[in-house]
Design a protein around this ligand. Structure first.
Ligand code: BMA
Length: 322
């Protein structure tokens, strides 16, 4: 898809030697951005019309989790609807949804697909589509509970839709690996295969407790580039950081390279303090072939962005792969 507007961007600060760097005006979306919200984080954006659209996780002041549509001309300044998305029946009868959180969005063929963590007797992966971010059609859940972090590929692979996910438990899961599943029709999912496991503690401790797919993968000259979160269980609880993996173009269950060093870990004030301290949680990436802008939830409270050059990210992972 060709971009009609530039992706958000800021050059690397002179004194910065990191592969990826934060936007100087982070967070871009504050916790009280809409009247009902307690926090807005772990949200996803895509190019749309002459700007961008997104699906945002806004927890309200009863701390109920739901998803809201939003629009932006520049990807930084957002108008988020004050009411949550109301779903209509898609490829099945309406199914229950006790809560919705951590959305991802991707354009495939002729429409935008949304995946999220859907409360159906516990967390699992909900799927919906929209053409205009006004009307949304909810489809079958992809998996049995419990599952989180469902991330679709932007094109069919060998004729089938493909989705990454992380089987989990009903709580603050102390384990988690990334799997891939395939579907001929966005309704029935199977051929579940393991893609990536947690890292051994002694090799790369930031990702030794659980890992989960983060951003919709995009194609590079080396294969699919996907940002993911990795978690370590510290004496003060979980700490969420971000790495990236390169998956084989034709057979994405095969990991070619994977971050040993994290690309972004909680260090800025808005990542270290919030409703859940020490969380960097990537959910979307905008790219123009050279540059990438990653959207991530910070401390389960606000939305922030970080930037990088795709070639530099790939080179750094290849040079120091797990
Ligand atoms: C996960 C999800 C995410 C959250 C993370 C850190 O289990 O609930 O939404 O960002 O924990 O609290």
């Amino acid at each position: 898809m060709s971009l009609k507007t530039e992706i958000p961007w800021q050059d690397r600060p002179d004194n910065c030697r990191d592969i990826m760097w934060r936007y100087s005006n982070n967070p871009i979306i504050d916790r009280y951005h809409i009247p009902s919200s307690n926090s807005i984080f772990n949200s996803a954006v895509v190019p749309f019309e002459d700007g961008f659209a997104g699906v945002f996780r806004c927890d309200n002041k009863a701390v109920q989790m739901n998803i809201f549509a939003g629009f932006s001309k520049d990807g930084i300044n957002w108008d988020i609807n004050h009411d949550p998305i109301v779903m209509k029946a898609g490829n099945t009868d309406m199914i229950e949804s006790d809560y919705k959180y951590d959305p991802r969005v991707v354009f495939i063929e002729d429409r935008y697909w949304i995946t999220w963590c859907n409360g159906y007797h516990g967390p699992t992966i909900g799927i919906a589509y929209t053409f205009d971010f006004k009307e949304f059609f909810q489809c079958e859940n992809a998996f049995l509970p419990f599952n989180r972090n469902g991330v679709l590929f932007p094109e069919k692979i060998n004729g089938r839709y493909a989705m990454l996910s992380r089987p989990s438990d009903n709580g603050h899961t102390p384990f988690g690996d990334i799997y891939i599943s395939f579907s001929p029709d966005m309704k029935y999912w199977g051929e579940h295969r393991n893609v990536m496991k947690v890292a051994p503690f002694q090799d790369s401790a930031w990702q030794c407790t659980k890992i989960g797919a983060g951003t919709v993968p995009f194609l590079t000259k080396e294969g699919w580039l996907m940002f993911y979160h990795g978690v370590i269980n510290t004496c003060n609880g979980f700490r969420y950081s971000m790495g990236a993996a390169i998956l084989d173009r034709d057979n994405p269950e095969k990991v070619l390279y994977r971050s040993k060093d994290y690309l972004l870990a909680p260090a800025a004030a808005y990542e270290l303090a919030g409703d859940v301290p020490n969380v960097v949680f990537p959910c979307a990436a905008l790219q123009d072939g050279e540059k990438v802008c990653v959207y991530y939830g910070a401390a389960d409270t606000v939305v922030s962005v970080a930037f990088g050059y795709i070639d530099e990210i790939i080179e750094s992972i290849k040079k120091n792969s797990l």
